[in-house]
Every structure is written in structure tokens, then in C-alpha cells.
Design a protein around this ligand. Structure first.
Ligand code: ADP
Ligand code: PAZ
Ligand code: K
Length: 254
């Protein structure tokens, strides 16, 4: 019984092969490809993999990209199954106005985060930050209800927007500084603290609304860059989406 988990974001496809479709399954292999390179997966890193018996994924990069991934999966017989955000799944209740419009990566990461926190102790509110192409900042209350979340541009998009909208901001990446004294550092620090500040606001909203300190978890390809600049301790978990996919798969596939 092998299980392939796939997370297709707007920048990269991340995949992981496990020996079973349940939480705590052993990781057999994993990888990540920029979307430009996914058409070589079947002849590249997937060619020598043990054949997956089940697959579950989430994709927010659009239907054309989804089809390209499914083309690569023709290497095996396994049907492609993609999570669609729903009103409730795996112990999390979706408070979005239109639950199915919530990005499935956000939904799956929240399910992963909820079980990650429950595995460590009693239920408590959670702030889930995902730093990818975009940045999302979600709140789950003590009962496992997703109350709502923020969407911000990620670092790269912020910088490209500033470059495109101004004449004088074409500079290399800088360092995060408390008091930036050159353009590169000013841009890098501005983006980093924009994200950290938004997250801090969400944490304050959660404390005011739920009356308890939230568990703060962070994930996503650029999470490690943000972690040192947060105003509060954040636990960096690099596979929250895979954890969520394992939770969902265990319930769906039995
Ligand atoms: N080694 C890396 N490879 C690719 N992207 C990286 C890497 N380290 C950091 N990043 C950053 O992470 C972001 C992509 O993260 P990822 O979680 O893959 O995004 P998405 O899920 O939106 O595709 C990019 O904006 C990039 O700047
Ligand atoms: C917010 C997102 C763009 C994040 O994408 P990512 O950074 O992971 O590539 C994605 O979750 C999405 O397209 N969501 C749909 C809209 C919503 O969640 O409200
Ligand atoms: K993502």
C-alpha cells in the first residue's frame, strides 16, 4: 500500500510518497519541481518510484496545470483525486461564505495543522501561516472551526509589483534590517514586515475573539525566510499539506 500526496501551488509542485495512507506513515521519497519542469516528472524523479496504490492531491494552479500533472501520472494506473474544500472534513468546519471557493491548499493545511496541534495536547485556537507564492494567514478556533483568513502577496509578488509600478526600484534582494539604509534592504524588510505585521494582527484578533493564546504554525516554501522576523514564536512545519492529505486519505480510503 503506497500513497502519493501532491501539492500543486502557483510556483512549485511538491510530492511525497508514503508507505500507507494514514497519519504517521513512513516517507519513502519526496521532491519539488517548479511548474515549468513538471512535464518531465514521469521520465525523471517519478520513473523509478514504487508504484503508488492511492493518490490524493490539492491544486490551486488552475486546470491546465492539473491536466499536465495528470498526464505525468499516466505512468501508473492510480486515479488522480483532488481535494475540493467542503463544509467540513477531518474534524475541521469551514466558515467560508462559499466553502468550495476556499483554496484547497489552505483547507488541507488547516486540517494538517489542527491534527498536528491535537497530537501535542488539548485543543486550542490556531493561526496557520502559509508562505508560498501568496501568503495566507488562517484562524481555526478551539472547536476546529475555520473562522476566516487573510491573503497577502508573497515576497516575490510584492517585489515584482513595486518594480513594475515604479521607475527607481530595480535592485537586488537585500537583507531584513530594523532600519534599512539602502533600497535593497528597504524592499526586503518592507515585504517581510508587511507579512509579519499582518500575522501579528491576526494573532491579536484570535486572542480577542477566542480568549486564548493560539498555537502558531507556519509552513510553505518561503516559511524559513519569514520565521526569524515574526513577533511571536512560530513552529515551522514543512509538510503541513502532506499531513493534511494523510488525514483526509485515512478517512476517505479507509
Ligand atoms: N529552494 C527553493 N525553491 C523554490 N522556491 C523557494 C525555495 N526557497 C524558497 N522559495 C520561495 O518559496 C516560494 C514558493 O514556495 P511554495 O511553497 O513552493 O509556493 P507555492 O505553494 O505557491 O507553489 C517562492 O516564492 C520562492 O521564493
Ligand atoms: C490564496 C492562494 C492563491 C494561495 O496560493 P499559493 O500561494 O499556495 O500558490 C490559493 O489558495 C487560491 O487560489 N485560493 C482561492 C481563493 C481563496 O482561498 O479564497
Ligand atoms: K501552497
Amino acid at each position: 500500500m503506497t500513497f502519493l500526496a501532491i501539492d500543486v501551488g502557483n510556483t512549485r509542485l511538491k510530492w511525497a510518497l508514503y508507505d500507507a495512507h494514514r497519519p504517521g506513515a513512513a516517507l519513502l521519497a519526496h521532491g519539488a519541481e517548479f511548474l515549468d519542469h513538471i512535464d518531465r516528472l514521469a521520465e525523471g524523479s517519478w520513473a523509478q518510484l514504487p508504484v503508488p496504490t492511492k493518490m490524493l492531491g490539492c491544486v490551486v494552479a488552475g486546470d491546465a496545470v492539473k491536466r499536465r500533472v495528470q498526464d505525468q501520472m499516466e505512468l501508473w494506473d492510480v486515479p488522480a483525486q483532488w481535494v475540493v474544500s467542503s463544509a467540513q472534513e477531518a474534524g475541521v468546519v469551514n466558515g467560508y461564505d462559499y466553502p468550495s471557493r476556499l483554496g484547497s491548499d489552505r483547507w488541507v493545511a488547516m486540517i494538517g495543522a489542527r491534527h498536528h496541534v491535537l497530537a501535542k495536547g488539548p485543543a486550542r485556537p490556531i493561526v496557520v501561516v502559509m508562505v508560498g507564492t501568496a501568503v495566507t494567514v488562517e484562524c481555526i478556533d478551539t472547536d476546529g472551526r475555520f473562522l476566516g483568513g487573510l491573503i497577502l502577496p508573497g515576497h516575490g509578488i510584492m517585489l515584482r509589483a513595486l518594480e513594475a509600478g515604479t521607475a527607481g526600484l530595480h535592485v537586488p534582494t537585500g537583507e531584513v534590517r530594523l532600519f534599512p539604509t539602502n533600497t535593497s534592504d528597504a524592499l526586503t524588510s518592507g515585504g517581510t514586515y508587511a507579512i509579519a505585521g499582518a500575522v501579528e494582527r491576526m494573532v491579536q484578533h484570535v486572542i480577542a475573539h477566542c480568549g486564548a493564546e493560539p498555537a502558531c504554525v507556519m509552513t510553505g516554501g518561503a516559511g524559513w525566510k519569514m520565521a526569524p522576523s515574526m513577533t511571536r514564536p512560530f513552529e515551522l512545519v514543512d509538510n503541513l499539506i502532506f499531513d493534511g492529505l494523510l488525514e483526509i486519505a485515512a478517512r476517505r480510503f479507509g
